[in-house]
Design a protein around this ligand. Structure first.
Ligand code: PBG
Length: 344
């Protein structure tokens, strides 16, 4: 037995910190904040214990709570007072995100990122302009037992790609005009990064960066978020625009495409089940890499913690540390405040 190698020498107190490869800082973390135009009071999000939707009047107070933990950046999501076919409240000057961002940027030093999508704003809950026959196709397919996949087979086209781009671009510009520091398109429309970049530049916002949801999978881990933001599709699913979880090489094409369209930051989402993809994007690109530790990843640790099956605080820290070790520079996580509070 070769006993020259004893890695345990470096695991002793005193030296362990010196050889530690990865450190989490509060400045790595981005806290999601939900602002809800349908409520006058804070509403707890049942499937995400510890998180709430807050009315516009509480948006500043909510962000101040985040800042008090040491986290310096937030990503804002909105629940509008009403929805329509095209999602017009997404780009309204007096929309919920616009109102909240105006107040947050006027009254705090937070770095404010906005999620640019339409699913919270459309009646049908899809992330763009619906194809006219999408609902019928889906219903027809669902009732046809001969079709492989049954209910989950939504025909072909659900959302019209090119018609969606203009709406996303308008939404992004309206967020920036309200004060947003960075915009993050998440609808998975092809060309969304280029469309936002062009519209922002044309409006004189060439210094506002775009964080692309470059590699966004069609994931079951978004479930609790769809309760939180009221953005679940009314029918069908998102498999025609979000990525197939089976695909890792495709992620490189997605990141390459968004980089070419001018993305400043490349995001992978979800994080934990896709750490191989985070590591690959890190290796292949020199852009900052973001990872989104999504709602389901939060909910499962919280639920197990509540049952006493694992230590939610320690497993959360280990998860987020691992996302950083895999290569993420920025981490969007519902654990941001908990973790920042626990850092030395
Ligand atoms: C909007 C959007 C979603 C999430 C972030 N932006 C929902 C979705 O794509 O279904 C999910 C975030 C989470 O689960 O924490 N499209």
């Amino acid at each position: 037995m070769d006993m020259t190698r004893r890695p345990r020498r470096l695991r002793r107190d005193g030296v362990r910190g010196l050889v530690s490869e990865t450190t989490l800082n509060a400045s790595d973390l981005i806290a999601p904040v939900f602002v809800d135009a349908t409520t006058e009071a804070r509403v707890p999000i049942e499937s995400m214990p510890g998180h709430e939707r807050v009315p516009v009047s509480e948006a500043v107070a909510r962000v101040e709570e985040v800042l008090a933990t040491g986290v310096e950046a937030v990503i804002v999501f909105g629940v509008p007072e009403s929805k329509d076919e095209r999602g017009s409240r997404a780009w309204a000057e007096d929309g919920v995100v616009q109102e909240a961002v105006r107040r947050i940027t006027a009254e705090t030093d937070a770095y404010v990122i906005t999620d640019v999508c339409l699913c919270e704003y459309t009646e049908h809950g899809h992330c763009g302009v619906l194809a006219s026959d999408a609902r019928e196709n889906w219903e027809e397919r669902r009732s046809d037992p001969g079709v492989a996949g049954g209910a989950r087979t939504g025909g072909g086209l659900t959302v019209k790609n090119d018609e969606t781009l203009d709406l996303l671009a308008r939404t992004a510009v309206s967020h920036v005009e309200a004060g947003a520091d960075m915009v993050a398109p998440s609808s998975m429309a092809d060309g969304q990064v280029g469309a936002l970049r062009a519209a922002l530049d044309e409006a004189g916002h060439e210094n506002v960066p775009v964080m692309a949801y470059a590699v966004k999978y069609e994931s079951a881990f978004y479930g609790p978020f769809r309760d939180a933001a009221d953005g679940a599709p009314a029918f069908g699913d998102r498999r025609h625009y979000q990525m197939d979880p089976a695909n890792g090489r495709e992620a490189m094409r997605m990141a390459e495409r968004d980089a070419a369209e001018g993305a400043d930051v490349l995001m992978v989402k979800p994080a934990l089940p896709y750490l191989d993809v985070v590591a690959d994007v890190r290796r292949e690109f020199d852009h900052p890499v973001a990872a989104y530790n999504v709602s389901g990843e939060y909910a499962m640790l919280k639920a197990a913690g509540e049952k006493g099956w694992l230590d939610a605080t320690e497993s959360a820290y280990e998860s987020v540390l691992s996302i950083k070790r895999a290569g993420a520079d920025l981490i969007i996580t519902y654990f941001a405040e908990d973790i920042a509070r626990s850092l030395p």
